[in-house]
Design a protein around this ligand. Structure first.
Ligand code: FES
Length: 293
């Protein structure tokens, strides 16, 4: 306080951007002080953001924290020095000099919109994938080549055609053979990496050979409470494979899925396009006999 004018002068440094530090900063800023809030983490919020409920009131941690984060984050009198640490403090009460070290972020906080793209593509966390150059000559049989070329000829266009092409390849081959994908990449001039990204994203595509009949057990909540796991166990025993595997005679692939959208029929099993509701382990085992060649 300036003794002559009665005005508040100087600034206050708050160390730690947890809920306590934020509340202190808000109170001081509301009281007319310029506040520097130093937080060693990349953002304010502290560990409370990791909690669900708080003792003893059982209040939602986020409901307590979020309003303070908003107030503190937008307050013009609070300068947030995140990802920063105090190096030294000199001086005496009322006249301190503080050295703060700001760590490099590699992101311009002024431009950051919190989209998370930089995390996805972080060069420190992710190993850079360098696609190996495609082989000059793809090893593909004449028959396969004819089939895949015919499929590719159905579609004009670039990357937007990848999903229908992969669907047609799956219909034709029952899986996505690597040489066929390489051929598609070469003919359509679409990077193999892009094709593989889509092929590995959707459960409907498989990069492993699949059986003639794909047996899928729904393990969603409605089916689970009505014994889907027992059905899955029985089918694993009947087929002698684990979920996700294919029998050695290439007849059956066993899969599990979360909700097929017909919970009223639970528990549900599908074999290819055929759907069977109100199943039990014995009925599921009988399905194997029905479809066995
Ligand atoms: S949970 Fe199985 S169909 Fe919905």
């Amino acid at each position: 306080m300036d003794q002559e004018t009665g005005q508040k002068v100087g600034a206050v440094l708050v160390v730690g951007g947890g809920v306590g530090g934020m509340q202190a900063s808000i109170d001081l800023a509301e009281g007319g002080y310029k506040v520097y809030l130093v937080e060693k983490g990349p953002s304010i919020g502290g560990v409370m953001a990791q909690l669900d409920k708080t003792f003893p009131t059982n209040d939602c941690a986020m409901c307590t924290l979020a309003p303070r984060m908003v107030d503190c984050g937008g307050h013009l009198n609070i300068e947030k020095l995140t990802y920063s640490e105090i190096e030294s403090i000199e001086g005496t009460a009322g006249n301190f000099k503080v050295h703060v070290r700001k760590k490099a972020r590699s992101v311009d906080p002024e431009k950051c919109t919190g989209c998370g793209e930089c995390v996805e593509h972080c060069l420190v966390k992710n190993i850079v994938y360098l696609e190996p150059p495609p082989p000059a000559e793809i090893e593909i049989g004449d028959n396969e080549r004819l089939k895949v070329d015919e499929i590719l000829s159905r579609y004009d266009g670039g990357r937007e055609t990848v999903i229908p092409i992969l669907q047609d390849i799956t219909d034709e081959f029952n899986w996505l053979p690597p040489n066929v994908l390489m051929r598609a990449s070469q003919v359509k001039q679409i990077p193999l990496e892009h094709i593989l990204r889509i092929a590995t994203f959707y459960k409907g595509f498989s990069l492993k050979p699949r059986g003639k009949h794909i047996v899928t057990v729904c393990t969603g909540t409605a089916c689970h409470v009505k014994g889907a796991q027992r059905i899955l166990d029985r089918l694993e025993r009947e087929l002698g494979i684990e979920t996700g595997e294919t029998t050695s005679d290439m007849q059956f692939t066993l899969d599990a899925v979360r909700c097929l959208g017909c919970c009223g029929l639970s528990p549900v099993v599908t074999v290819g396009d055929d759907l069977y509701g109100q199943m039990n382990p014995a009925k599921a085992a009988a399905l194997i006999d029905k479809y066995q060649d």
